[in-house]
Design a protein around this ligand. Structure first.
Ligand code: PMP
Length: 418
């Protein structure tokens, strides 16, 4: 499969070698790396990506959920032009950040919000706020979670993580988490959790998430929902859709309209600590926090493109696709199953479907890579790990075509998938 991939992509191959001279492994974003060498894209239009060799792909990755609007959206481009017209980055407060902050607070039920440049930073700031608010230092996170490049708990953590005092629980393990909270609940500044585990698109169970809500309140601990990916799953975000309100929520990705973006916000009593007029106010700077591009484009994208109706329609399309693919795998007797919710879907080389990050980690990674390369050969782009985030540009016909490609891939490799 690797040889066939390489033979058709001499330009991507040459550029990978060139990139390696200036970036370690030719790479500045580890998640995009794959063997034999990463595809190098040159342009995107709607749901179609074109690579350096002139090959075209239907984009089901959707920039890991940040590319919700599809490529080269006319309204997004117009908002970029509007931002350019007033001059970039005035080094001062300006008009656009008020309207955008109002839209974000209203949309996601926040008393107050602050902007950052990435989801990573949003989580770092939310955790810092929780520590200052509670006067405690420990944080409960969950095995497998990804809250940013320095807050990654896949396989237990990485050497570049922020040096927080972290206790790791097991995602979706109600009894285990309860026991853990019995032991150290009173020491916790924060519990940080994705209401749906984004890496593998596994929903948190209602029992698990409501346990966290109940016990955080009981222990005086700040509950943080990382909605960097999941806020697209409901018109008012995923917490509202689930009916569970955390104390703080963090955001990123599509909310900035495709520009660099992060935000954290929630209950006034915590967020007010950042008010510079208060004695002992928490510092929060950041050169690009209120950059004109993100403020202007984010506002247009959130209020004019991703309307509540558009959100419901997109998630309904995702639910149909997930059920359709699972029915296909059933019919073929394939060792594949989907997880997900709405517009976030992952295909795992395992049946029945995985329910926890641990189960997702235990699958045969070779199967995952074979499926990825087979879909690339069919002209579909998704994450190597089987993750997809539908954009508004994806059509029902694209979903049908993906199902057809998956059926051919499974039958072609029937010895390993069936
Ligand atoms: N939290 C979650 C759940 C994410 O999926 C990501 C990005 N994949 C982040 C945080 C970090 O966001 P960013 O890449 O903008 O730093």
């Amino acid at each position: 499969a690797c040889a066939a991939f390489a033979a058709k992509r001499p330009v991507s191959q040459r550029l990978a070698a060139e990139a390696s001279r200036v970036m370690p492994g030719g790479n500045t974003r580890t998640v995009l790396f794959h063997r034999p060498f990463p595809l190098r894209m040159v342009s995107g239009e709607g749901q179609v990506l074109t690579d350096a060799d002139g090959l075209r792909y239907t984009d089901f990755l959707g920039e890991y959920s940040a590319g919700l609007f599809g490529h080269s959206h006319e309204r997004v481009h117009r908002a970029v032009a509007e931002a350019l017209a007033t001059g970039l980055n005035l080094g001062a407060h300006h008009l656009d950040e008020i309207a955008f902050a109002e839209a974000v607070c209203r949309r996601f039920d926040l008393d107050l919000v602050r902007f950052t440049n990435s989801g990573t930073e949003a989580n770092l700031m939310a955790l810092g706020a929780a520590r200052a608010h509670t006067g405690r230092s420990r944080i409960l996170a969950f095995h497998g979670a990804y809250h940013g490049s320095v807050l990654s708990f896949a396989g237990g953590g990485t050497p570049v993580n922020a040096p927080y005092d972290i206790v790791l629980g097991e995602y979706n393990d109600v009894a285990g988490t309860e026991a853990l909270l019995d032991r150290c609940g009173d020491e916790l500044a924060a519990v940080v959790v994705e209401p749906l585990w984004g890496t593998g698109c596994v929903p948190g169970s209602a029992a698990f998430l409501s346990l966290l809500r109940r016990r955080a309140s009981q222990h005086g601990t700040v509950l943080i929902f990382d909605e960097v990916m999941t806020s697209r799953l409901g018109p008012k975000g995923y917490s509202a859709w689930l009916g569970i309100q955390p104390d703080l929520k963090t955001f990123g990705k599509y909310v900035g309209g495709g520009m660099s973006f992060g935000a954290f916000g929630g209950v006034g009593a915590i967020m007010e600590r950042f008010d510079p007029t208060r004695p002992g106010a928490l510092p929060h700077a950041g050169t690009y926090n209120n950059n004109s591009l993100t403020m202007k484009v984010g506002l247009a994208a959130l209020t004019e493109i991703f309307t509540p109706q558009a959100c419901d329609d997109l998630n309904a399309r995702g639910d149909r696709l997930r059920l359709h693919l699972d029915a296909l795998f059933d019919r073929l007797g394939a060792r594949l199953a989907c997880t997900g919710q709405g517009s976030m879907i992952a295909i795992h080389p395992r049946r029945p479907a995985v329910r926890t990050p641990r189960e997702a980690e235990q699958v045969d990674l070779r199967l995952r890579d074979i499926l990825f390369l087979a879909l690339v050969e069919e002209g579909f782009y998704l994450a190597r790990r089987g993750y997809m985030a539908l954009s508004l540009a994806i059509t029902d016909a694209d979903c049908e075509a993906l199902a057809g490609a998956l059926e051919r891939a499974v039958l072609k490799h029937r010895d390993i998938f069936i």
